[in-house]
Ligand binder design. Structure first.
Ligand SMILES: NC(=O)c1ccc[n+]([C@@H]2O[C@H](COP(=O)([O-])OP(=O)(O)OC[C@H]3O[C@@H](n4cnc5c(N)ncnc54)[C@H](OP(=O)(O)O)[C@@H]3O)[C@@H](O)[C@H]2O)c1
Length: 377
C-alpha cells in the first residue's frame, strides 16, 4: 500500500518543493501541515491540480502542540520536518516515537536538536523506527560527497568543502519563525575544522579562498562546523584535514550587519526580531546577480603512490532545489527499503553516495567531477 508522508512546513520554501518532487517521483500520499490552514489547503490544491491527482491534503498543525502532533502523526507513515521549529524538536520527535512513525528533518545543526535526538536514540532503536536528521544540502550532502570520492584514493588526506549561496532574496518570503531561527543559528555556529587528529576551533576571520568558477570567481570563505562531519575521520582514518567553508552573502551583510548583530545579541537576546529585520534588509537590498548556488569538494591524497586532486561540484541557480532534491533522493532510498530500518542517522552518512548523487542529478542539479590534470592547479 502507498505510504503517506506528512510535511511539517509543507507550504514553506523547502517544504513545497519537496512535496512537488515527491509527487513527481513517487506514488506517496502527502499531508502539508503548518499553522496557516488556508495556505496549507491552497498549496495542496495547487499541487493536486498540477499533478492531476487527489494525493495531497492540507491541514492545520502547530508543532508547539504535542497532542495535535500525535493526532496528525497517527494517520501517516513518516514526517518530513521542513519547518522552522527547532524550539519544538522534542515535541516532534516524541510524537513520532509515540505514534510509531519514521522521521526526517532538514534543520541546520544545532546543539539542542542533536542533544534531544541523541537522548532518544535508544528508544528510537527499540521502537524499530528510522530517524534521519540533517537532510538537505548543507547539512545533508557534505560527507556524502567525501564518501563518494574516497574509493578513488588509496589515501584520502585532505577534504575541503565550500559553498556559495548567491540568491535573489527579494523573491523569497519566510515565516517569522524562520527568520528568528536564522539568527539563532548564526549565534550558535562554530568555526571548527579537523586538523592533524583533532577538531580545532578557529577565528571567524580565518578566511580561506576558494574559486567558484568563472561566473562567481574567487571568494573568501569562513569555516563552519557541521555535525555530519564529526565522525568522518574515524570512518576514513587517512584524513588529516577536513573542513567546510562558506562564502558570505554581500559586503554590507557580512562586514556591517553580522558583527553589529553579534554584538547586539551578546548584549540581549531580546533584540532577535530587530536583528532578523536587519538581516532581511541587508540580504534583500545588497544581494546582486549573478545568482547561483554551489557546493564543492576539493579532495587530495594518494593513488598508486602518486598525488591526486579531485574536485566535485554541485550547482543549481535555486538554493531550494538544491535543498529539496537530496531530501527526495534520500526518501527514494527509504521507500526502496535500502536504508536501515531503525536507528538515528545523518542523511549524509546513511545514504548510498553514488545513488544519491545520480538521483539529485536526475532531479536537475548539475554535478561535475574533475581530476587534477583537468584543474590546471
Ligand atoms: N539543510 C539544508 O540544506 C536547508 C536548506 C534550507 C533550509 N533549511 C531549513 O529548512 C527549514 C525551513 O526553511 P524554509 O526556508 O523553507 O522556511 P519557510 O519558507 O519560512 O517555511 C517554514 C515553514 O515552517 C512552518 N512553521 C513554522 N513554525 C511552525 C510551527 N510552530 N508549527 C508548524 N509549522 C511551522 C511555516 O508555516 P507557519 O509559520 O505558517 O506555521 C512554514 O510553512 C528551516 O529550518 C531551515 O533552516 C535547511
Amino acid at each position: 500500500m502507498n505510504k503517506t508522508f506528512l510535511i511539517l512546513g509543507g507550504y514553506g520554501n523547502a517544504g513545497r518543493l519537496i512535496a512537488e518532487l515527491l509527487l513527481q517521483e513517487t506514488p506517496v500520499q502527502l499531508v502539508l501541515a503548518g499553522r496557516n490552514l488556508e495556505q496549507a489547503q491552497r498549496q495542496a490544491q495547487l499541487l493536486n491540480q498540477k499533478f492531476n491527482t487527489h494525493r495531497v491534503a492540507g491541514v492545520y498543525l502547530d508543532a508547539a502542540d504535542l497532542a495535535s502532533l500525535k493526532a496528525a502523526f497517527a494517520q501517516v507513515d513518516l514526517v518530513v520536518v521542513a519547518s522552522s521549529t527547532r524550539n519544538y524538536v522534542e515535541n516532534i520527535a516524541q510524537a513520532a516515537l509515540i505514534t510509531g512513525i519514521d522521521y526526517l528533518d532538514l534543520q541546520l545543526s544545532s546543539a539542542h536538536k542533536i542533544q534531544v535526538l541523541e537522548t532518544l536514540r535508544k528508544d528510537i532503536e527499540q521502537a524499530g523506527l528510522c530517524f534521519i536528521t540533517e537532510g538537505g544540502f548543507h547539512p545533508g550532502l557534505l560527507s556524502t560527497l567525501i564518501r563518494y570520492v574516497a574509493p578513488e584514493f588509496d589515501h584520502l588526506e585532505t577534504a575541503q568543502l565550500a559553498s556559495l549561496i548567491q540568491t535573489n532574496w527579494q523573491t523569497l518570503s519566510f515565516s517569522p519563525a524562520t527568520l528568528t531561527e536564522f539568527v539563532q543559528e548564526i549565534t550558535e555556529a562554530k568555526p571548527m575544522i579537523f586538523k592533524e587528529g583533532d577538531w580545532i576551533q578557529l577565528d571567524w576571520n580565518s578566511y580561506q579562498p576558494f574559486h567558484f568558477g568563472n561566473t562567481f570567481g574567487q571568494r573568501h570563505c569562513v569555516p563552519l562546523f557541521m555535525e555530519e562531519l564529526r565522525e568522518l575521520p574515524q570512518t576514513i582514518p587517512s584524513l588529516k584535514e577536513l573542513g567546510f567553508f562558506i562564502a558570505g552573502f554581500n559586503w554590507v551583510t557580512d562586514y556591517l550587519i553580522l558583527p553589529l548583530s553579534l554584538a547586539l545579541l551578546k548584549f540581549s537576546p531580546s533584540v532577535t526580531p530587530l536583528v532578523s529585520s536587519l538581516f532581511q534588509w541587508g540580504l534583500n537590498t545588497f544581494s546582486k546577480p549573478p545568482y547561483g548556488v554551489i557546493l564543492m569538494l576539493i579532495a587530495q591524497g594518494q593513488k598508486d603512490n602518486k598525488p591526486i586532486t579531485m574536485q566535485l561540484q554541485l550547482l543549481h541557480w535555486d538554493a531550494y532545489l538544491l535543498t529539496a532534491a537530496p531530501v527526495v533522493a534520500c526518501l527514494l532510498q527509504y521507500l526502496e527499503g535500502t536504508l536501515p530500518k531503525s536507528g538515528l542517522w545523518y542523511q549524509s552518512n546513511v545514504v548510498d553516495p553514488k545513488r544519491m548523487l545520480s538521483d539529485i542529478e536526475g532531479l536537475g542539479v548539475r554535478f561535475e567531477i574533475r581530476k587534477m590534470t583537468d584543474l590546471g592547479l
